[in-house]
Ligand binder design. Sequence first.
Ligand SMILES: C[S@@+](CC[C@H](N)C(=O)[O-])C[C@H]1O[C@@H](n2cnc3c(N)ncnc32)[C@H](O)[C@@H]1O
Length: 208
Amino acid sequence: MNEGHARLCSSPEWAAHIQGEILPSLTRHADLGADMIEIGPGPGAATEWLRHRVRRLTAQEVDPAAAAALAGKYPGGNVAVVAGDAADLSFPDESFDSAGSFTMLHHVPTPALQNKILAEVLRVLKPGGVLIGSDSLASDDLHHFHAGDTYNPVDPAWLLGRLQTLGFGEITIIVDETVKFIARKPAGCGRRRAGPDAEAAACRISES
Ligand SMILES: C[S@@+](CC[C@H](N)C(=O)[O-])C[C@H]1O[C@@H](n2cnc3c(N)ncnc32)[C@H](O)[C@@H]1O
């Protein structure tokens, strides 16, 4: 992140926006369950809110310094910070009840990598698990704000198509000042609950 971006994401105003507006509207219709993974937590505006609503929160952050800073905030608590790329998660299939991605996809440099991240999220979700997320929409202001930084905003129609093609179901995309999304891993999408043919039909991850 560039300096302005890092300042904004660490500010009380940003935390109030994420915690007061984005997260309550996303979780109104989504049960987070006990074990959640958050990808791209940055300074932790969403982490702080989510950790009170799940038993265990895993936060996967690609920037080692940001990961170390976040881990330092939660010693011995229910937040486990993992330094590494969300496009290559180290967790086994079906590890989490829910996943969250907030204001991070536009920091991923290519659509192929964004797609890989969504596929990884689907893989580590349990059948019936839910992905919730939000991101910034493309604009001239947002582009200028990302001077010297990665700027690759997701197009909501692209996002809908990718989620659906990867094998998510019950997809909701809300477009207002931001794009918000909720998508579920189908309950039949897992080794234990479906035979190989049914799984292939429900989970097209490997074909994408
Ligand atoms: C703009 S910040 C958003 C932070 C926080 N989610 C929020 O909404 O306040 C984006 C974060 O995503 C992280 N990030 C970008 N690409 C990532 C990846 N491939 N895997 C994990 N984290 C990533 C960045 O390092 C940065 O901390």
